[in-house]
Design a protein around this ligand. Sequence first.
Ligand code: PLP
Length: 359
Amino acid sequence: MSEQKYKGIIQKYRRFLPVSEETPVITLNEGNTPLIYAGYLSRLVGKNCEVYLKCEGLNPTGSFKDRGMTLAISKACEEKATAVMCASTGNTSASAAAYAAVAGIKCIVLIPSGAIALGKLSQALIHGAKVLAIKGNFDTALSMVKEITQAFPITLVNSLNPYRIQGQKTASFEICDYLGDAPDFQIMPVGNAGNITAYWKGYQEYQSQALSKKLPVMLGFQAQGSAPIVRNKPILNPETIATAIRIGNPASWKGATDARDESGGLIDMVSDTQILAAYKMLAEKEGVFAEPASAASIAGLLKLIKKGYFTPSTKHRKIRIVCILTGHGLKDPERAIKTIKPPKLMRADLKTIIKEIGY
Ligand SMILES: *Cc1c(COP(=O)(O)O)cnc(C)c1O
């Protein structure tokens, strides 16, 4: 029998998802992203510790949003929807626009004006979405989208749409399948909090079906200027350079605190300075280019290492830590160029160049 070719998360994890034979599968072969061993970070944590990077930026539109979008758009098509709509800090709109294009349905996007990375905006536009930039932040955009989708026959595809969370939980399955069990710790950025809710759900389902033995401790990180869960109150004017997590009133607030409390984990915050240092380190030491919001995972890891959070294993067993890198660095090239010195302008002269490179 020939091996079945990979065709995306719905086909792979069908039995865990709310789909039937009647559900049309709208896919771009999302999922199946690499879990990369991070040598430099592992050595930083210490002996008997392994750090892995779940590189969700390698999904078709460059972020984990594709896992939820394949299911949300497939179900919308099953329900004969002709239009979908979302508010977005960028990646949701890029993903919704691409999957709506495949499905041949209309996609409408509300974004906070001037606050989304150029790569993401270009994706939504090139895939043919109707993109409207509002003079307001993400939270305002989301409440407007909620009202509009309640009043008109348009399907909401933000993570309030339960199919989004269902699709996103498949990342936990992949991690367990790869490692042979759940990791000891999982670290991830928290914005609207749908993803931490989804991962926790995925780990719980796998364990309840005896496909994994343990549950990870869930460690979420918000940006300091946008940390409603840490501060235990909504933030009216959230600020951070990590635009994907610039959210002041997360829709899945309770999902996040449940994941934290039930797993014995924590939700903490990191500053923009810490995020940018981690962003640079990740690229320089591990060869992985992730967007700033994703680097919040690494900034969180570094913060916890400093605090001595990870005590070395006494039971001759390795501690395994998975950091979720939610989106690709190329989404926001302007940030990379602002963070690093620009290239030095040189005369096209062989001698000067050889001298400059130190030979
Ligand atoms: C959407 C997004 C997040 C935040 O995920 P939530 O589910 O909103 O918590 C983090 N990083 C990136 C790159 C994203 O696109």
